[in-house]
Design a protein around this ligand. Structure first.
Ligand code: AMP
Ligand code: FES
Ligand code: ZN
Ligand code: ZN
Length: 315
């Protein structure tokens, strides 16, 4: 297999794009694809301040690397969740995020939820749900809240996450199976800022997970290989496996599933967006949006475990 551009031996073969590239041209192709998405979906401009949420995994570290190479103003945010079951997951991912920042002379902000709120994600889950659920939904709620708070309070124009095509296709698949209209309305590369919420973007949402992996490996980025110990057996991993089987037989199926959804929505398939947004209220404590008047779900949860620390952090 030869590189389509220079004819040298190809390092990456992408059946989904009918394209094979050598290392050098692949490492140019991924940032060029990302730049295309940034322009196409109007995600952000060069004079805007971008905050990348970095988990220490391949996707978000690669995204940080790509945005820096494209010349954007980009700082990082790492949230230490206190997940230390099995391998020391949080400690190790923080080490890798800090190492990347140091080696690339980039600014990384670290929020340690145990220090800020007094408890780790597994502890909060045990206290609020008495161990009846896995920590993932609590974790998602806490991460969204903190990402938004840091972006908003530190004057960032936009918050970027490393969600790749496989992540997005799996979420879309789940939302479609249950026809979750409200989620389908909001899913996409760009969520504009609204009522106390920072603009949220997913610049690598059109790039396959294996393409992101190849980028991280070829760039020599050291990332945390293990998944979060609580994600084992999750529905999203199951959906990813199902979609991979589809993709194996029909290369490009995942991309077309996601892009056709975006097109259909643009064409008016779901047109109730304004109505749903108008129904949001502002949380009386943290000012982030909530569907009912009073406290948002994050502040309600944190009040149950520790009423004082939330107040202090939100001031
Ligand atoms: P996940 O929800 O784990 O699939 O991660 C999706 C995206 O959320 C990642 O690509 C990161 O951009 C961001 N993210 C996940 N975990 C963290 C974390 N601990 N700190 C900062 N950002 C994170
Ligand atoms: Fe949040 Fe696994 S990363 S529970
Ligand atoms: Zn080449
Ligand atoms: Zn709140």
């Amino acid at each position: 297999m030869k590189c389509r551009i220079c004819g040298e031996k190809a390092s990456v073969n992408m059946r989904e794009h009918k394209l094979a590239l050598c290392k050098e041209h692949y490492l140019e192709w991924v940032p060029a694809q990302t730049e295309r998405s940034i322009k196409k979906y109007g995600l952000f401009k060069h004079d805007e301040k971008v905050l990348v949420a970095v988990s220490g995994g391949k996707d978000s570290l690669s995204l940080w690397d790509i945005l820096k190479r494209l010349g954007y103003q980009v700082d990082g945010l790492y949230i230490c969740l206190g997940i230390d079951e099995g391998i020391k997951y949080s400690v190790e991912s923080q080490r890798l995020a800090e190492k990347f920042a140091f080696e690339h002379d980039l600014k990384l902000q670290v929020v340690d939820i145990q220090k800020e709120y007094g408890e780790s994600i597994p502890q909060i889950t045990r206290e609020t749900h008495r161990g009846r659920i896995k920590p993932c939904s609590v974790c998602g709620l806490v991460k969204r809240h903190i990402m938004n708070r840091i972006a908003r309070d530190n004057g960032y124009d936009v918050l970027a996450t490393g969600h790749n095509l496989d992540d997005e296709a799996a979420v879309l698949f789940g939302n479609t199976l249950s026809w979750s209209g409200e989620y389908l309305l909001r899913q996409g590369p760009l969520l504009p800022s609204s009522l106390g919420l920072a603009r949220k973007v997913k610049p690598v949402c059109r790039i396959y997970e294996r393409e992101m992996l190849a980028y991280a490996l070829l760039r020599g980025i050291e990332y945390i290989y293990e998944e979060c110990p609580f994600s084992i057996g999750s529905t999203s991993i199951y959906y990813k496996e199902l979609l991979n089987r589809l993709e194996n037989n029909r290369p490009g199926a995942k991309l077309s599933f996601y892009l056709s959804f975006l097109e259909a929505r643009k064409g008016g398939l779901f047109s109730e967006r304004e109505k749903i947004q108008a129904e949001l209220h502002s949380c009386s404590r943290c000012a982030q949006p909530t569907s009912a008047p009073g406290l948002c779900s994050f502040c309600r949860m944190m009040e149950r475990i520790n009423p004082i620390s939330v107040d202090e952090n939100e001031k």
